[in-house]
Design a protein around this ligand. Structure first.
Ligand SMILES: Nc1ncnc2c1ncn2[C@@H]1O[C@H](COP(=O)(O)OP(=O)(O)O)[C@@H](O)[C@H]1O
Ligand SMILES: [Mg+2]
Length: 376
């Protein structure tokens, strides 16, 4: 009996909950050669979803490229990533690969034998060039690659908001935009977990990417679909999880895909034949314990005022964080301090404002913050 739940990016053949409408709409946008920003908090299933979009497009004969910008530190690195993706997908076919080499003038492929996958491709960068020049070259090459295809060329830039942290970010945005608008045979998906930053890039009229993409927001998993998914997954491996327990998994995780899978994973582990409150409770403690290092790292990256506000919002979501009684009750300092903290926490996407109420985005972080207060 194998545990049927996953909490890493879902393999293409793993069971997938809902997202049918999203898949259909995203595939349609791609086929229309539209560009899309796909936005949600982290671990909502964006990467898993775009993989499926690309799998379907690839079955239709499209070329699909994927570059993850998470953790990039320079323009040079961005350029190398883009070129190496073109080399990777053309490498299997000699004639294509020979062409691909001519698409770039500053970014040469270096192929080395590799024990796991047979070979690996890295990119050698011409010396003395700036990050902007290299990105210019990478985007030119990408454009030539796309133009040479009869079919759609679909390109995903995952965690794209990371480029705003780079030196010369504004110029990089400008170069990318000016190329992308001419790649008429391509559809770009800009995927991001820091919603404010990504949506500012595309919705601020002073920015290069202004209004160049369809804004697409991904929601948590719908309640009914998630409940049926959980019941069915347990059943597929010979155990059972009642509607009532599945409902509790939904409630505890608020349909947050990663947490729903992880809580279900541990509940399954602890269950003999039929999941009950005892197993669910044990699983929830395990979940919080496992996330603790990440939560601690989040806290360590914040200032004292930001931690106080985050904790206050975990305990008591509010419409009025600037009200004197709220600030006093939670020891938040001055209005100025709270304003600064709100801004910073929103940019990091740790808090959000829904229906005028400020709250912590991550439901499990919120639980942990509340517990932490009690322990200390
Ligand atoms: N449609 C789905 N059905 C079931 N689980 C999902 C679904 N989408 C995401 N998940 C779960 O959420 C986790 C995080 O997904 P991921 O695609 O990495 O999110 P993101 O890219 O938004 O950070 C996955 O490992 C998986 O466990
Ligand atoms: Mg992702």
């Amino acid at each position: 009996m194998r545990n049927p739940f996953y909490f890493r990016t879902l393999p293409i053949d793993a069971a997938f909950c809902d997202r049918e409408k999203e898949l259909e709409e995203l595939i349609s946008h791609a086929n229309n050669r539209a560009n899309v920003t796909l936005i949600s908090p982290r671990r909502y299933g964006k990467t898993s979803l775009v993989r499926r979009v690309q799998h379907a497009l690839s079955n239709q004969g499209s070329a699909t490229l994927y570059a993850d910008f998470f953790g990039v530190t320079s323009g040079e690195e961005v350029a190398a990533k883009l070129a190496s993706e073109v080399y990777r997908i053309t490498h299997k076919q000699e004639s294509l690969y020979d062409k691909a080499i001519r698409f770039f003038s500053l970014l040469r492929p270096v192929v080395r034998p590799d024990q796991e996958s047979g070979y690996s491709i890295t990119v050698e960068i011409s010396k003395g060039k700036t990050g902007i020049e290299l990105i210019e070259d990478a985007m030119t090459g990408l454009g030539k690659f796309a133009a040479g295809k009869n079919a759609l060329c679909h390109i995903v830039f995952d965690e794209f908001q990371e480029i705003v942290e780079l030196k010369d970010a504004y110029a990089i945005e400008g170069v990318m935009r000016s190329h992308i608008q001419n790649h008429s045979n391509a559809s770009y998906f800009f995927v991001g977990s820091r919603r404010r930053i990504l949506s500012d890039m595309f919705n601020d009229r002073k920015r290069p990417f202004y209004k160049s993409a369809v804004n697409y927001h991904l929601s948590p998993l719908p309640m009914d679909d998630l409940i049926s998914f959980l019941i069915e997954r347990f059943k597929s491996q010979g155990k059972s999880c009642s509607r009532e327990i599945s409902q509790k998994i939904y409630d505890l995780t608020m349909g947050y895909p990663y947490y729903a899978q992880k809580l279900a994973y541990h509940t399954f582990e602890l269950t003999d034949t039929q999941a009950a409150d005892k197993e669910l409770h044990g699983a929830f403690l395990r979940l919080i314990e496992e996330e603790k290092p990440l939560f601690e790292a989040i806290i360590q990256g914040l200032g004292i005022r930001q931690i106080s506000l985050l904790t206050a919002l975990a305990k008591e979501p509010t419409q009025t964080p600037f009200a004197v009684d709220y600030m006093t009750r939670h020891n938040l300092g001055s209005v100025g301090a709270v304003q600064g903290a709100v801004k910073k926490l929103e940019r990091l996407d740790y808090i959000e404002r829904i229906d005028a109420v400020y709250r912590v985005v991550d439901p499990i972080l919120a639980v942990w913050l509340k517990k932490r207060e009690v322990i200390e």
